[in-house]
Design a protein around this ligand. Structure first.
Ligand code: ADP
Length: 401
C-alpha cells in the first residue's frame, strides 16, 4: 500500500510517498514559496535522483498539481500513475475541540477545518485547499485522512487548558490551550513506552520537542496532561522567531508606545522575537551556539534563556504528574545538541536525572538512552510523517472491514 503524506504549511507543501509494506520512503520533497514569486520544488527519490525545479505556485492547488506531475513523470518519476496511491494522509494544524483523533476526510471535515481558520489562520485554510486539490487530482475514491497537531493534547484536564479570562470567551470563541506538535509528542511518548516495555504500567514522561518551533508536554500513563503551547503555537518556550510566553501587558504596552496595529504586533511576536529578536543575529540555534562560543553575548543569552525555560518546564511538569520517570528529547535541537541537553539536565539530580556524558555526546541518529540516573533520559528521533502514514493505513483498513 503506497501512502502519500501531505504537510501543507503557510507557504510550503511538503510531501512523502511511503510504501507501507516495509515503511520505506519512495520519494519526498517540498514546494516552497507558494503565493510568492520564485517558487521552487525540490524532489528526492529512493533511487538517488535529486531535482530542483523553479516553478511559481500561485496557491497550494498548483503546488499539489506539480507534485503529482513530478511523482508520475520526468526524471523523478516513481509511480506510473496516481492510481498507485492507495490513500493520502494530511497533517492538519488545528482541529479545535471537535477532532480528538485522526479522522477520515469527508466534505464536512474539510469544511470544519476551513471553519477553524481563526484558530490557525496561516495553516488551516491552505490545508483545506490542499485537500480539495487532492480530491480533484486523485478522485473521490482515494480515501484521505486528517491527522491533527492538536488532537493528542485533547486529554488535558480543564484546569490545565483554561486561561484565567472571563469564561464567556471560551464559550464564544473557544479560547483555551490546545497545544501543537501533537503527532510528534504522541509518537515519541508512545514509542518510548513500547521500547522500554512500560506501555501498560504507570509512567510519567516529559517530551521536549525542540526545533525551530519548540514545545514540551507532560504525558502521564500515555495521555497528555499538559503542554507548553497554547491557543496558538506562539505560547510557551522562546523559539526561532517566536517570543513564547510573555506578560500579556507587554502587548498593549508596545501597541501604545510604538503605534503597532494588531497585525504588526503579531508579526513582532511571531517573526521578530525569539532567538532572532534576542540575539539580533539569527533564528537558527546552531548559529547561536557557534556565535556564543566566539563570545557573542546576546547569542549566549538566547541559548541560556531557552535552556533555563526548558529546565523549569521539566520541574513543573514533574510536579504536575507527581513524579518523573523519563525525559525524552526530539526535534532538530533536541536530537542534535548535546550541549543543550547537558545544560538543561544540569542541576536536576534531585529529580533523579543524571546524564551519561559519553552517551550524550555519542551521535547515533536512533533511539538512544543517554542517562545513568533513576529517571531515564532518551533521544528519540521524531517521525511525524510515518505516524501520519500509519494512522492513514489504520483508518483505511477499518473502512474496508
Ligand atoms: P522545524 O521545527 O522547522 O521542524 P527542526 O526540528 O528541523 O525544525 O530543528 C531545526 C533547529 O535545529 C535549528 O534551529 C537548527 O539550528 C537546530 N539544530 C540542528 N542541529 C543542531 C546542532 N548540532 N546543534 C544545535 N542546534 C541544532
Amino acid at each position: 500500500m503506497k501512502i502519500l503524506v501531505i504537510n501543507a504549511g503557510s507557504s510550503s507543501l511538503k510531501y512523502q510517498l511511503i510504501d507501507m509494506e516495509n515503511e520505506h520512503v519512495i520519494a519526498k520533497g517540498n514546494c516552497e514559496r507558494i503565493g510568492i514569486q520564485g517558487g521552487l520544488i525540490t524532489h528526492k527519490t529512493d533511487a538517488g535522483v535529486k531535482l530542483e525545479v523553479r516553478c511559481d505556485f500561485p496557491s497550494h492547488t498548483e503546488a499539489f498539481e506539480k507534485l503529482v506531475e513530478v511523482l508520475t513523470s520526468g526524471e523523478g518519476k516513481v509511480i506510473e500513475d496516481v492510481s498507485e496511491i492507495s490513500a493520502v494522509g494530511h497533517r492538519v494544524l488545528h482541529g479545535s475541540e471537535v477532532y480528538k483523533e485522526s479522522t477520515l476526510i469527508t466534505d464536512k471535515v474539510i469544511e470544519d477545518i476551513d471553519s477553524f481558520w481563526e484558530l490557525g489562520p496561516l495553516h488551516n485554510p491552505p490545508q483545506a485547499a490542499t485537500m480539495r486539490a487532492c480530491r480533484k487530482a486523485l478522485g473521490n475514491a482515494v480515501p484521505m485522512v486528517a491527522v491533527f497537531d492538536t488532537s493528542f493534547h485533547q486529554t488535558m484536564p480543564d484546569k490545565a487548558f483554561m486561561y484565567g479570562i472571563p469564561y464567556e470567551y471560551y464559550e464564544k470563541y473557544s479560547i483555551r490551550k490546545y497545544g501543537f506538535h501533537g503527532t510528534s509528542h504522541r509518537y515519541v511518548s508512545s514509542h518510548y513506552l513500547e521500547i522500554t516495555g512500560r506501555k501498560d504500567g504507570e509512567s510519567r514522561v516529559v517530551v521536549c520537542h525542540l526545533g525551530n518551533g519548540s514545545s514540551i508536554s507532560a504525558v502521564k500513563n500515555g495521555k497528555c496532561v499538559d503542554t507548553s503551547m497554547g491557543l496558538t503555537p506562539l505560547d510557551g518556550l522562546i523559539m526561532g522567531t517566536r517570543s513564547g510566553s510573555v506578560d500579556p501587558s507587554i502587548v498593549t504596552f508596545l501597541m501604545n508606545k510604538e503605534g503597532f496595529t494588531p497585525d504588526e504586533m503579531n508579526a513582532v511576536l511571531n517573526k521578530k522575537s525569539g532567538f532572532l529578536g534576542i540575539s539580533g543575529l539569527s533564528s537558527d540555534a546552531r548559529d547561536l551556539v557557534n556565535a556564543s562560543k566566539e563570545g557573542h553575548k546576546r547569542a549566549k543569552l538566547a541559548c541560556d534563556m531557552f535552556r533555563y525555560q526548558i529546565k523549569k518546564y521539566i520541574g513543573s511538569y514533574a510536579a504536575a504528574m507527581g513524579g518523573l520517570d523519563a525525559v525524552l528529547f526530539t526535534g532538530g535541537i533536541g536530537e542534535n545538541s548535546d550541549e543543550a541537553r547537558a545544560e538543561i539536565c544540569e542541576g536536576l539530580e534531585f529529580l533523579g536525572i543524571e546524564l551519561d556524558e559519553t552517551e550524550n555526546k555519542t551521535r547515533t541518529g536512533k533511539d538512544h538512552k543517554i542517562s545513568k540516573g533513576k529517571t531515564e533520559v532518551w533521544i528519540i528521533p521524531t517521525d511525524e510523517e510515518m505516524t501520519i502514514a500509519r494512522d492513514t493505513v489504520e483508518l483505511v483498513e477499518k473502512l474496508g472491514k
